[in-house]
Design a protein around this ligand. Structure first.
Ligand SMILES: [Zn+2]
Length: 50
């Protein structure tokens, strides 16, 4: 199963601007609500490197 848990999603935030992240389930990505930066999810782990 791919994807990340709601719990994990609730504790992480954008490393660039500290805004909440939106989980794009279909594309398995996270997008920032603030700066619109997109982060990939690899093996269930969000890649939050800038
Ligand atoms: Zn951001």
């Amino acid at each position: 199963m791919t994807g990340i848990s709601e719990r994990l999603l609730s504790i992480i935030c954008c490393p660039a601007c500290k805004s909440d992240l939106d989980y794009d389930k279909k594309n398995s990505r996270l997008s920032c609500k603030g700066c619109k930066k997109v982060y990939e999810i690899k093996d269930g782990i969000p890649v939050l490197l800038t």
